[in-house]
Every structure is written in structure tokens, then in C-alpha cells.
Design a protein around this ligand. Sequence first.
Ligand SMILES: [Zn+2]
Length: 407
Amino acid sequence: MNPGPPATAPACPVCEERRWFPLLESMVPVHCNRLEDSAEAARAAPKGRFELQLCRACGMVFNTAFDPALMTYDPDYENAQHFSPRFRRYLEELTADLVERYDLRGKDVLEIGCGDAYFLQLLCRQGSNRGYGYDPAAPVKSPDPSVTLIHDLYGPQYADRPADLVACRHVLEHLERPADLIRSLHATLQPQPNASIYFEVPDGRFTFESLGIWDLLYEHCSYFTDRSLHRLFHRHGFTVSGWESRFDGQFLALHGARANGEASAKEPARMPVEEPEVPSWAAQFRQVYHEQLEQWGGRIRQWVDQGRVVVVWGAGTKGVMFLNSVRGADWVKAVVDVNPRKCGKFVAGTGQPIVAPPALAELRPDVVVVVNPAYREEIVTDLARRGLQPQVEVLSVAQQDPGLAVG
Ligand SMILES: [Zn+2]
């Protein structure tokens, strides 16, 4: 049954305009990071409708078919990235920057959506701070005596909790209505005029400009650019004091404070430059999306026809989306991951086993597809240490064919 276009187009979750530019439509696994115990269960994992649209007014990209009822975040949900040495270094650098920037020494640091509180723990240890992590899915036991875990959403009931910094990393992109969180934060921080805020999200512009088709996942229903993120905070009473591009441009970070709070007295950051209605990156992305799926499908088929063993390195979202999006990726033998909690499990949608790096000795891959270019060096070093010299390919359109990179 095709219900046809809705009578009323959904409003942009940031600016509430209703003028869209469609980017893509597909069916994808609802839980990229859900670990399954058998190949059968993994292949039977539910899929959801993905209709990405760009708001012509503010540049926000949003899945207009997102159904939050399909989402469940339970103990089977696994997205901790800090098992990678490089990602740990990133979090350590970020911690050092924040401690310096906000003089976080003996202060109160709150984190919205703290997960297992690894990052919050770093912040507390580095500056002898007191940490409060809000997350319904936080572990029962705190990893550190300086960190208190609250198994709840941060909201007005916690307004009396002193806050020098409120951090929130990689949460907004999961929300169908991100404005609700920002509006609530504005109300909650009313008695905390000195609180600064640090928000970090995947950089939507980077994702689309670098043709990061493997970074699009059902769990991420919202894709922010500097412009739409600025607009969201500004619209709901925050002053933006700084921007940063982090993790090789993959993350977008916003510094700010509640408007009229003492912390907002600093020089506000300039609004990012206006963009055309449909930026070039959006038009380019739509055009290249299907070409890339075809190209990778062809390469994998060719390798398999030559009898070569192909493995994918990285069972995170990029790896799962690559395997689910590219036709023929079912022939990939296995997926390697350094996260011990993922090993022994199976990839949602396609069912490949997830193995630890030592299993490569037996698999003896001819081709290793590295899903995140940021980890290439780390992986090549690991392979060499095991006496393996497979062909290493990286899922990066810009590196594969510079002609496709958007200037
Ligand atoms: Zn908008």
C-alpha cells in the first residue's frame, strides 16, 4: 500500500518551515548497533523507512519517516567507541581542552546522555571535578567515586543541581524533536547563570560533503550543520560563544551559555554564513549516492569472483550501513572489531560474524575494507604486526576519486 505524500508536510524540527529538498529514500536496519547472538536473528532484525529531506530554509536534514516507537535503547545497545586507542586519545584531548577553556578544577560537571560515563569520568579525574551523569541507560554502578549516575533524563526536577558545565555529546542526532531538549535545558538552567554548555554532534555538512553514505543510519534522524545547530540554540534562548570542528572534521562542537547568564557575557560567535536554498553538497550527495552503492557492489563482486577473501574492519555504524546498503556485501566473510563486547555477535541485517583481530590469522583476508579512514593507520599497523599484508581499501569517496570531492 502506498499512502502517498502526507496532506501536510512535516515541519522542520529546527525552524518549523515546510519547504523540503528530498535527499534519499531507503530501508535500513532500525538498530545498527544492536548485537545479535546468531546469524539468523541478525538477518531477521527489523528495518525502518529512511526518507532524508533537507530544509530549504535552515539546512537541517531530517528523516521525515522516523518512527521513535521502533527505537529501544536497552543493554543490548552497544555504541561505545572508546575501545579504540585513537578514540581514547580524542576524548583525552577534548577533556584537556574543556578543563582549560572552562577552568574545570573542583567544579560541577553535568553530562546529558552520559552512556557508560567514560567521558565524564575523564573530566572528573583530570580536574578533580564532581560529575553527574544523566542517562536512563547508564550502568547501575558508577565507574568512579567522583561520578554520580542518575538513571533519568535531565530536566527541571534537577534545576537545583549546581552546574559549571553541561556537556552533551552525540545525543541530539537521535532526537526527533531536538528543540524539546534545548527548551527544557533553558528552563532547567535558569537558576544556574554561570553554567556553560558544550554540545557535540556528527557534522552533517561533513557527512554529506564527504559523501558519507555509511554514516546515515536510522538511529540518527537529525543531521545538523553549523547553521541549523546555531539556529536551534539561538531560537531557544542560548548565546553561542564558539564553534569547533573536531575528530578530523567529523564532529561539530558548540560552546555557549543561556542568554543573559553571566557566562554568555563573552563575545558571541558570529552566525555561520548564509547558504543557498539547496547547498551544492546536498545536490551532489543525491546524485552520487546510488553511483557509490553500484561502484562498491561491483568491486566486492569482482574480488569474490577472483576467489579473494574480503573482510570489513569496523562493526560500528559505518560497517553495518556499508554491509546493508551495498548489494553483494553478503559475500563479505566477517567483520573485525576491537570491541570485545561485539566479538562473537552478528551484524544486524546481513548476519556476518564479528570477530576480534586475532581471528585474522585464520581468516587470512586478501582485502580489508576499512570503514573509517580515521583508523587506517592503526589498522595497517595491527595487520603488519600479525604478519598480514592484505590490500587495504578505505571507504572514503574523496580518497577513492578526488574528482567527486565537493569543493
Ligand atoms: Zn529548517
